[in-house]
Design a protein around this ligand. Structure first.
Ligand code: SAJ
Length: 414
Protein backbone atom coordinates (compact mmCIF):
# COMPACT_ATOMS: atom_id res chain seq x y z
CA UNK A 1 0.00 0.00 0.00
CA UNK A 2 1.27 3.50 -0.77
CA UNK A 3 0.42 6.28 1.66
CA UNK A 4 0.79 10.02 1.29
CA UNK A 5 0.82 11.87 4.62
CA UNK A 6 0.22 15.62 4.42
CA UNK A 7 1.91 17.44 7.31
CA UNK A 8 5.07 16.03 8.91
CA UNK A 9 4.61 17.32 12.44
CA UNK A 10 4.06 15.70 15.82
CA UNK A 11 1.43 13.32 14.45
CA UNK A 12 2.16 13.09 10.72
CA UNK A 13 5.79 12.07 11.03
CA UNK A 14 5.32 9.25 13.58
CA UNK A 15 2.29 8.02 11.59
CA UNK A 16 4.35 7.99 8.39
CA UNK A 17 7.14 6.15 10.23
CA UNK A 18 4.82 3.38 11.44
CA UNK A 19 3.38 2.80 7.97
CA UNK A 20 6.92 2.27 6.62
CA UNK A 21 7.57 -0.22 9.42
CA UNK A 22 4.66 -2.34 8.26
CA UNK A 23 5.95 -2.37 4.68
CA UNK A 24 4.04 0.54 3.11
CA UNK A 25 5.70 3.09 0.85
CA UNK A 26 5.27 6.54 2.32
CA UNK A 27 5.63 10.08 1.01
CA UNK A 28 5.65 12.62 3.82
CA UNK A 29 4.63 16.04 2.55
CA UNK A 30 5.40 19.28 4.32
CA UNK A 31 5.37 22.95 3.31
CA UNK A 32 8.61 23.77 5.15
CA UNK A 33 11.57 23.24 2.82
CA UNK A 34 14.10 22.80 5.65
CA UNK A 35 11.96 20.15 7.31
CA UNK A 36 11.73 18.22 4.03
CA UNK A 37 15.47 18.49 3.30
CA UNK A 38 16.42 17.46 6.83
CA UNK A 39 13.98 14.54 6.90
CA UNK A 40 15.48 13.18 3.70
CA UNK A 41 18.86 13.22 5.46
CA UNK A 42 17.35 11.37 8.42
CA UNK A 43 17.33 14.45 10.66
CA UNK A 44 14.08 14.82 12.55
CA UNK A 45 12.79 18.10 13.97
CA UNK A 46 10.77 16.82 16.93
CA UNK A 47 11.85 15.08 20.10
CA UNK A 48 10.03 11.76 20.24
CA UNK A 49 11.50 8.53 21.60
CA UNK A 50 12.11 5.85 18.95
CA UNK A 51 11.13 8.01 15.97
CA UNK A 52 14.54 8.87 14.53
CA UNK A 53 15.56 5.21 14.34
CA UNK A 54 12.45 4.21 12.37
CA UNK A 55 12.81 7.09 9.90
CA UNK A 56 16.53 6.36 9.38
CA UNK A 57 15.81 2.73 8.50
CA UNK A 58 12.89 3.70 6.23
CA UNK A 59 15.05 6.15 4.29
CA UNK A 60 17.80 3.54 3.89
CA UNK A 61 15.44 0.88 2.56
CA UNK A 62 13.59 3.35 0.32
CA UNK A 63 10.27 3.12 2.14
CA UNK A 64 10.13 6.80 3.16
CA UNK A 65 10.79 10.07 1.48
CA UNK A 66 9.84 13.63 2.38
CA UNK A 67 8.60 15.98 -0.30
CA UNK A 68 7.11 19.42 -0.83
CA UNK A 69 4.57 17.91 -3.25
CA UNK A 70 2.08 15.04 -2.83
CA UNK A 71 2.25 11.96 -5.06
CA UNK A 72 -0.29 9.44 -6.28
CA UNK A 73 -1.09 6.96 -3.52
CA UNK A 74 -3.72 4.51 -2.31
CA UNK A 75 -4.48 6.55 0.76
CA UNK A 76 -4.00 10.20 1.71
CA UNK A 77 -3.81 11.13 5.37
CA UNK A 78 -4.13 14.76 6.41
CA UNK A 79 -2.35 15.70 9.64
CA UNK A 80 -2.11 19.48 9.50
CA UNK A 81 -2.81 21.92 12.33
CA UNK A 82 -6.29 23.22 13.10
CA UNK A 83 -5.96 26.39 15.17
CA UNK A 84 -8.99 28.21 16.48
CA UNK A 85 -10.26 31.54 15.23
CA UNK A 86 -9.78 34.06 18.04
CA UNK A 87 -13.00 36.04 17.37
CA UNK A 88 -15.48 33.22 17.91
CA UNK A 89 -13.37 30.20 19.03
CA UNK A 90 -14.43 28.22 15.95
CA UNK A 91 -12.18 25.68 14.26
CA UNK A 92 -9.92 27.17 11.58
CA UNK A 93 -10.10 24.63 8.77
CA UNK A 94 -7.97 26.60 6.32
CA UNK A 95 -4.91 24.27 6.46
CA UNK A 96 -7.17 21.22 6.09
CA UNK A 97 -8.94 22.78 3.10
CA UNK A 98 -5.58 23.72 1.58
CA UNK A 99 -4.35 20.14 2.04
CA UNK A 100 -7.50 18.74 0.37
CA UNK A 101 -7.01 21.03 -2.63
CA UNK A 102 -3.32 20.12 -2.76
CA UNK A 103 -4.03 16.36 -3.02
CA UNK A 104 -6.93 16.69 -5.50
CA UNK A 105 -4.73 16.51 -8.64
CA UNK A 106 -3.11 13.28 -7.36
CA UNK A 107 -6.29 11.46 -6.33
CA UNK A 108 -7.68 8.58 -8.38
CA UNK A 109 -10.92 6.63 -8.17
CA UNK A 110 -10.82 4.06 -5.39
CA UNK A 111 -8.48 6.09 -3.16
CA UNK A 112 -9.12 6.75 0.53
CA UNK A 113 -8.80 10.21 2.08
CA UNK A 114 -8.49 10.42 5.86
CA UNK A 115 -8.48 13.57 7.94
CA UNK A 116 -6.67 13.04 11.25
CA UNK A 117 -6.46 16.69 12.30
CA UNK A 118 -8.82 17.48 15.15
CA UNK A 119 -11.85 19.24 13.68
CA UNK A 120 -15.15 20.62 14.95
CA UNK A 121 -18.25 18.43 14.80
CA UNK A 122 -19.81 18.38 11.28
CA UNK A 123 -16.62 19.62 9.53
CA UNK A 124 -16.21 16.48 7.41
CA UNK A 125 -19.84 16.50 6.25
CA UNK A 126 -20.26 20.25 5.79
CA UNK A 127 -16.84 21.44 4.59
CA UNK A 128 -14.50 18.62 3.55
CA UNK A 129 -16.89 16.31 1.68
CA UNK A 130 -18.09 19.07 -0.70
CA UNK A 131 -14.50 19.74 -1.84
CA UNK A 132 -14.24 16.23 -3.28
CA UNK A 133 -17.84 16.15 -4.51
CA UNK A 134 -17.24 19.34 -6.49
CA UNK A 135 -14.29 17.59 -8.13
CA UNK A 136 -16.73 14.95 -9.40
CA UNK A 137 -16.37 12.14 -6.88
CA UNK A 138 -19.22 10.26 -5.22
CA UNK A 139 -18.12 9.68 -1.64
CA UNK A 140 -18.52 6.07 -0.61
CA UNK A 141 -18.62 4.87 -4.25
CA UNK A 142 -15.46 6.02 -6.02
CA UNK A 143 -13.69 7.90 -3.23
CA UNK A 144 -13.67 7.02 0.45
CA UNK A 145 -13.57 9.78 3.05
CA UNK A 146 -13.20 9.43 6.81
CA UNK A 147 -12.26 11.34 9.92
CA UNK A 148 -9.96 9.28 12.12
CA UNK A 149 -8.71 11.42 15.00
CA UNK A 150 -5.36 10.65 16.55
CA UNK A 151 -5.29 10.16 20.31
CA UNK A 152 -1.70 10.00 21.45
CA UNK A 153 0.43 11.50 24.16
CA UNK A 154 3.61 13.30 23.09
CA UNK A 155 6.57 11.37 24.49
CA UNK A 156 4.71 8.08 23.98
CA UNK A 157 3.46 8.65 20.43
CA UNK A 158 4.91 5.54 18.77
CA UNK A 159 3.64 3.20 21.46
CA UNK A 160 0.20 4.83 21.63
CA UNK A 161 -0.27 4.97 17.83
CA UNK A 162 0.17 1.22 17.72
CA UNK A 163 -1.78 0.18 20.81
CA UNK A 164 -4.55 2.75 21.37
CA UNK A 165 -8.04 1.96 20.11
CA UNK A 166 -8.90 4.10 17.13
CA UNK A 167 -12.12 5.84 16.07
CA UNK A 168 -12.80 5.43 12.35
CA UNK A 169 -15.53 7.85 11.28
CA UNK A 170 -16.53 7.32 7.67
CA UNK A 171 -18.96 9.41 5.67
CA UNK A 172 -20.55 6.06 4.70
CA UNK A 173 -20.03 2.55 6.17
CA UNK A 174 -17.96 1.71 3.07
CA UNK A 175 -15.69 4.71 3.83
CA UNK A 176 -15.17 3.45 7.40
CA UNK A 177 -14.31 -0.01 6.07
CA UNK A 178 -11.73 1.37 3.63
CA UNK A 179 -10.16 3.63 6.28
CA UNK A 180 -9.94 0.74 8.73
CA UNK A 181 -8.01 -1.26 6.12
CA UNK A 182 -5.46 1.57 6.07
CA UNK A 183 -4.99 1.64 9.86
CA UNK A 184 -5.10 -2.15 9.98
CA UNK A 185 -1.56 -1.94 8.56
CA UNK A 186 -0.10 -1.12 11.97
CA UNK A 187 -2.77 -0.44 14.62
CA UNK A 188 -3.07 -3.23 17.19
CA UNK A 189 -5.82 -1.54 19.23
CA UNK A 190 -9.50 -1.91 18.34
CA UNK A 191 -10.68 -0.09 15.21
CA UNK A 192 -14.10 1.32 16.10
CA UNK A 193 -16.18 2.08 13.04
CA UNK A 194 -18.66 4.96 13.23
CA UNK A 195 -19.85 8.12 11.46
CA UNK A 196 -17.58 11.12 10.81
CA UNK A 197 -19.57 13.47 13.07
CA UNK A 198 -19.46 11.01 15.97
CA UNK A 199 -15.71 10.67 15.53
CA UNK A 200 -15.30 14.45 15.48
CA UNK A 201 -17.28 15.05 18.65
CA UNK A 202 -15.76 12.05 20.47
CA UNK A 203 -12.28 13.39 19.91
CA UNK A 204 -13.21 16.90 21.05
CA UNK A 205 -15.00 15.48 24.12
CA UNK A 206 -11.99 13.36 25.17
CA UNK A 207 -9.90 16.46 25.55
CA UNK A 208 -12.78 18.45 26.99
CA UNK A 209 -13.26 15.78 29.68
CA UNK A 210 -9.65 16.25 30.71
CA UNK A 211 -9.79 20.03 30.51
CA UNK A 212 -12.89 20.16 32.73
CA UNK A 213 -11.29 17.83 35.27
CA UNK A 214 -8.10 19.88 35.36
CA UNK A 215 -10.21 23.02 35.85
CA UNK A 216 -11.83 21.35 38.85
CA UNK A 217 -8.39 20.61 40.31
CA UNK A 218 -7.24 24.17 39.63
CA UNK A 219 -10.36 25.56 41.28
CA UNK A 220 -9.69 23.34 44.29
CA UNK A 221 -6.13 24.72 44.47
CA UNK A 222 -7.47 28.26 44.55
CA UNK A 223 -10.08 27.40 47.18
CA UNK A 224 -7.44 25.74 49.35
CA UNK A 225 -5.11 28.74 49.09
CA UNK A 226 -8.04 30.90 50.21
CA UNK A 227 -9.33 28.82 53.12
CA UNK A 228 -6.05 27.30 54.35
CA UNK A 229 -6.19 23.65 53.35
CA UNK A 230 -3.48 21.52 51.69
CA UNK A 231 -4.88 20.91 48.18
CA UNK A 232 -2.39 18.16 47.41
CA UNK A 233 -3.43 16.21 50.51
CA UNK A 234 -7.11 16.65 49.62
CA UNK A 235 -6.45 15.19 46.16
CA UNK A 236 -4.47 12.30 47.59
CA UNK A 237 -7.17 11.48 50.15
CA UNK A 238 -10.16 11.91 47.83
CA UNK A 239 -8.54 9.75 45.16
CA UNK A 240 -8.54 6.80 47.55
CA UNK A 241 -12.25 6.58 46.74
CA UNK A 242 -12.55 3.93 44.03
CA UNK A 243 -14.63 6.15 41.73
CA UNK A 244 -12.84 9.48 42.21
CA UNK A 245 -9.94 10.69 40.12
CA UNK A 246 -9.21 14.32 40.88
CA UNK A 247 -6.61 15.64 38.45
CA UNK A 248 -3.57 17.74 39.30
CA UNK A 249 -3.57 21.51 39.60
CA UNK A 250 -0.88 23.30 37.62
CA UNK A 251 0.20 26.59 36.05
CA UNK A 252 -2.54 26.30 33.41
CA UNK A 253 -3.22 24.04 30.49
CA UNK A 254 -0.95 23.98 27.47
CA UNK A 255 -0.59 21.96 24.32
CA UNK A 256 -2.47 22.01 21.10
CA UNK A 257 -5.33 19.80 22.29
CA UNK A 258 -6.81 20.48 25.71
CA UNK A 259 -6.34 24.23 25.37
CA UNK A 260 -8.11 24.37 21.99
CA UNK A 261 -10.46 21.45 21.26
CA UNK A 262 -13.09 22.40 23.88
CA UNK A 263 -13.59 25.68 22.02
CA UNK A 264 -14.61 23.74 18.90
CA UNK A 265 -17.60 22.38 20.80
CA UNK A 266 -18.31 25.68 22.53
CA UNK A 267 -18.36 27.51 19.17
CA UNK A 268 -21.00 25.08 17.87
CA UNK A 269 -23.33 25.52 20.87
CA UNK A 270 -22.24 28.60 22.88
CA UNK A 271 -25.52 28.93 24.80
CA UNK A 272 -25.43 25.32 25.93
CA UNK A 273 -21.74 24.51 26.45
CA UNK A 274 -21.54 26.32 29.81
CA UNK A 275 -19.32 23.97 31.85
CA UNK A 276 -16.96 23.61 28.89
CA UNK A 277 -16.46 27.37 28.61
CA UNK A 278 -16.13 27.89 32.36
CA UNK A 279 -13.45 25.18 32.51
CA UNK A 280 -11.50 26.94 29.76
CA UNK A 281 -11.78 30.26 31.59
CA UNK A 282 -10.67 28.66 34.87
CA UNK A 283 -7.63 27.03 33.29
CA UNK A 284 -6.79 30.25 31.44
CA UNK A 285 -6.82 32.09 34.76
CA UNK A 286 -4.02 29.98 36.25
CA UNK A 287 -1.04 31.99 34.90
CA UNK A 288 -2.49 35.05 36.67
CA UNK A 289 -2.91 33.00 39.87
CA UNK A 290 0.72 31.82 39.69
CA UNK A 291 1.86 35.39 39.00
CA UNK A 292 -0.06 36.74 42.01
CA UNK A 293 1.53 34.15 44.29
CA UNK A 294 4.99 34.95 42.91
CA UNK A 295 4.34 38.59 43.80
CA UNK A 296 3.44 37.55 47.34
CA UNK A 297 6.68 35.55 47.66
CA UNK A 298 8.87 38.28 46.20
CA UNK A 299 7.55 41.66 45.05
CA UNK A 300 10.52 42.31 42.75
CA UNK A 301 13.93 41.00 41.67
CA UNK A 302 15.03 38.07 39.53
CA UNK A 303 12.85 35.03 38.86
CA UNK A 304 14.36 31.77 37.58
CA UNK A 305 11.80 30.00 35.41
CA UNK A 306 12.47 26.27 35.21
CA UNK A 307 10.65 24.70 32.29
CA UNK A 308 8.74 26.21 29.43
CA UNK A 309 7.50 22.98 27.79
CA UNK A 310 3.84 22.40 28.56
CA UNK A 311 4.55 18.72 29.01
CA UNK A 312 7.33 17.18 31.08
CA UNK A 313 10.34 15.60 29.39
CA UNK A 314 9.44 16.94 25.95
CA UNK A 315 10.45 20.00 23.91
CA UNK A 316 6.81 20.81 23.18
CA UNK A 317 5.98 24.39 24.20
CA UNK A 318 2.81 24.88 22.14
CA UNK A 319 0.25 27.05 23.95
CA UNK A 320 2.37 26.73 27.10
CA UNK A 321 1.03 28.72 30.06
CA UNK A 322 4.69 29.47 30.88
CA UNK A 323 4.70 32.19 28.21
CA UNK A 324 1.78 34.01 29.85
CA UNK A 325 3.50 33.85 33.22
CA UNK A 326 6.78 35.15 31.77
CA UNK A 327 4.97 38.04 30.06
CA UNK A 328 3.13 38.96 33.27
CA UNK A 329 6.44 38.96 35.18
CA UNK A 330 8.30 41.01 32.58
CA UNK A 331 5.48 43.55 32.38
CA UNK A 332 5.70 43.91 36.16
CA UNK A 333 9.42 44.70 35.91
CA UNK A 334 10.90 41.40 37.12
CA UNK A 335 14.13 40.14 35.63
CA UNK A 336 13.30 36.71 34.17
CA UNK A 337 15.88 34.00 33.45
CA UNK A 338 14.60 30.92 31.66
CA UNK A 339 16.05 27.42 31.76
CA UNK A 340 14.59 24.42 29.95
CA UNK A 341 16.90 21.44 29.46
CA UNK A 342 14.65 20.08 26.68
CA UNK A 343 14.31 23.21 24.55
CA UNK A 344 17.02 24.78 22.41
CA UNK A 345 16.66 28.56 22.47
CA UNK A 346 19.46 31.13 22.42
CA UNK A 347 17.62 33.23 24.96
CA UNK A 348 17.45 30.43 27.53
CA UNK A 349 20.31 29.89 29.99
CA UNK A 350 21.76 26.93 31.86
CA UNK A 351 20.57 25.92 35.33
CA UNK A 352 23.32 27.73 37.24
CA UNK A 353 22.90 30.99 35.32
CA UNK A 354 19.14 30.83 35.77
CA UNK A 355 19.20 30.41 39.53
CA UNK A 356 22.23 32.64 40.13
CA UNK A 357 21.23 35.63 42.30
CA UNK A 358 17.56 34.95 41.74
CA UNK A 359 14.98 35.69 44.42
CA UNK A 360 12.79 32.77 43.51
CA UNK A 361 12.82 29.59 41.41
CA UNK A 362 9.48 28.84 39.72
CA UNK A 363 8.98 25.36 38.27
CA UNK A 364 6.54 25.34 35.35
CA UNK A 365 7.31 21.99 33.65
CA UNK A 366 7.42 18.52 35.18
CA UNK A 367 10.76 17.56 33.65
CA UNK A 368 12.58 14.75 35.49
CA UNK A 369 15.57 17.08 35.90
CA UNK A 370 13.55 19.13 38.40
CA UNK A 371 12.59 16.26 40.71
CA UNK A 372 15.93 16.32 42.46
CA UNK A 373 17.89 19.41 41.51
CA UNK A 374 21.47 20.17 42.46
CA UNK A 375 20.67 21.97 45.72
CA UNK A 376 24.32 22.88 46.29
CA UNK A 377 24.24 25.01 43.13
CA UNK A 378 21.04 26.61 44.37
CA UNK A 379 22.43 27.31 47.85
CA UNK A 380 25.74 28.64 46.48
CA UNK A 381 23.97 31.02 44.12
CA UNK A 382 20.92 32.25 46.04
CA UNK A 383 20.82 34.15 49.33
CA UNK A 384 17.58 32.75 50.74
CA UNK A 385 16.61 29.96 48.38
CA UNK A 386 12.87 29.72 47.69
CA UNK A 387 11.21 27.39 45.18
CA UNK A 388 7.62 27.63 43.92
CA UNK A 389 6.76 24.27 42.37
CA UNK A 390 3.56 24.63 40.32
CA UNK A 391 3.80 21.03 39.03
CA UNK A 392 4.25 19.24 42.34
CA UNK A 393 7.35 17.52 41.00
CA UNK A 394 10.02 18.40 43.58
CA UNK A 395 10.47 15.36 45.79
CA UNK A 396 12.27 16.75 48.84
CA UNK A 397 14.25 19.88 49.54
CA UNK A 398 16.93 20.45 52.20
CA UNK A 399 15.55 22.13 55.32
CA UNK A 400 17.23 25.46 54.54
CA UNK A 401 15.36 25.81 51.22
CA UNK A 402 11.76 27.05 51.37
CA UNK A 403 9.37 25.18 49.08
CA UNK A 404 5.93 26.39 48.05
CA UNK A 405 3.50 24.27 46.08
CA UNK A 406 -0.27 23.92 45.90
CA UNK A 407 -0.13 22.31 49.33
CA UNK A 408 0.89 25.41 51.28
CA UNK A 409 0.14 28.58 49.29
CA UNK A 410 -2.18 29.65 52.10
CA UNK A 411 0.95 30.44 54.17
CA UNK A 412 1.45 33.48 51.94
CA UNK A 413 -0.30 36.55 53.32
CA UNK A 414 -3.04 38.14 51.25
N1 SAJ B 1 -2.44 19.10 33.08
C1 SAJ B 1 -2.76 19.59 34.33
N2 SAJ B 1 -3.23 18.72 35.27
C2 SAJ B 1 -3.42 17.40 34.99
C3 SAJ B 1 -3.10 16.90 33.72
C4 SAJ B 1 -2.61 17.78 32.78
O1 SAJ B 1 -2.61 20.78 34.63
O2 SAJ B 1 -3.86 16.68 35.90
C5 SAJ B 1 -1.96 20.02 32.05
C6 SAJ B 1 -0.58 19.68 31.55
O3 SAJ B 1 0.39 20.25 32.37
C7 SAJ B 1 -0.60 20.29 30.18
C8 SAJ B 1 -2.04 20.12 29.73
O4 SAJ B 1 -2.76 19.89 30.91
O5 SAJ B 1 -0.31 21.66 30.22
C9 SAJ B 1 -2.30 19.04 28.72
O6 SAJ B 1 -1.52 17.91 28.98
P1 SAJ B 1 -1.94 16.41 28.74
O7 SAJ B 1 -0.71 15.66 28.93
O8 SAJ B 1 -3.07 16.01 29.57
O9 SAJ B 1 -2.53 16.35 27.27
P2 SAJ B 1 -1.99 16.61 25.78
O10 SAJ B 1 -2.61 17.89 25.33
O11 SAJ B 1 -0.55 16.48 25.62
O12 SAJ B 1 -2.62 15.39 25.02
C10 SAJ B 1 -4.02 15.24 25.00
C11 SAJ B 1 -4.35 13.81 25.33
N3 SAJ B 1 -5.78 13.68 25.57
C12 SAJ B 1 -6.26 13.09 26.67
O13 SAJ B 1 -5.56 12.64 27.54
C13 SAJ B 1 -7.75 13.03 26.75
C14 SAJ B 1 -3.92 12.93 24.20
O14 SAJ B 1 -4.35 11.59 24.39
C15 SAJ B 1 -4.49 13.44 22.88
O15 SAJ B 1 -4.05 12.69 21.79
C16 SAJ B 1 -4.03 14.83 22.66
O16 SAJ B 1 -4.48 15.63 23.76
C17 SAJ B 1 -4.61 15.30 21.35
O17 SAJ B 1 -3.93 15.19 20.33
O18 SAJ B 1 -5.77 15.68 21.31
Amino acid sequence: MKICVIGQGYIGLPTAALFTKSGCDVVGVDVVKDVVNNLNKGKIHIEEPGLKEVIEIAIKNGKYKASLEPEKADAFIITVPTPYIADNYSCDLSYVIEACNEILPFIEKGNTVIVESTIAPMSTDDVIKPIFEKAGYTIGKDLYLAHCPERVLPGKIIEELIHNDRIIGGITPECSKKASEVYGQFVEGELMLTEAKTAELSKCMENTYRDVNIALANELAKICAEIGVNALDVIKMANKHPRVNLHSPGPGVGGHCLAIDPYFIYAKAPETAKIIKLARDTNNSMPQFVFENIKKITPNGKIAILGVAYKGNTDDDRESPAFDIITLLENEGYEVAIHDPHIKNDLYVDFENAVSESNLIVILSDHNEFKNMDYTIIKNNMDNPVIFDTKNIVEQVPSDIKLYNYGNLFELSN
